[in-house]
Design a protein around this ligand. Structure first.
Ligand SMILES: [Zn+2]
Length: 132
């Protein structure tokens, strides 16, 4: 049956519109991820234990007796590292925000890749068919 053969051909090599459809669906799914995004900020939250510098303090010899934890946020501006002190109360807020920032970057990268695929396909479809 010719109908069956056509279906087989399609499963081996999807039509451009099927490919487009699949990528368009994926694009919309990822776009929803953007809508769920919370407040974000660039940087990494660090937790540090510090020596106070007093020779007689226990922290001078015992790493387990260092002071803290102290929290800070670090990020780069024009290649220079910036440190911002955080309190134990604000540290979790910024930590969550920096995770959201990473999520945003990942999403944007994926959206861009899919966009490029879709644009390539749309470009091919928009091209007038040439006959030799
Ligand atoms: Zn100390």
């Amino acid at each position: 049956m010719p109908r069956t053969r056509a279906a087989n051909n399609e499963s081996r090599r999807p039509r451009p519109s099927a490919v487009l459809e699949r990528h368009t669906r994926r694009f919309l799914e990822l776009e929803q991820g953007l809508e769920q995004l919370e407040y974000f900020c660039k940087g990494t939250v660090l937790k540090r234990m510090m020596k106070c510098g007093k020779v007689l303090c226990a922290c001078a010899s015992d790493p387990a007796k260092r002071h803290g934890p102290y929290f800070e946020m670090t990020y780069k501006v024009d290649g220079k590292t910036v440190n911002v002190k955080l309190t134990p109360e604000t540290a979790p807020l910024y930590k969550a925000a920096s995770q959201q920032y990473r999520k945003l970057k990942t999403l944007l990268n994926r959206l861009e890749k899919i966009s490029q695929i879709i644009l390539r396909h749309q470009g091919k479809l928009a091209q007038p068919k040439r006959r030799a």
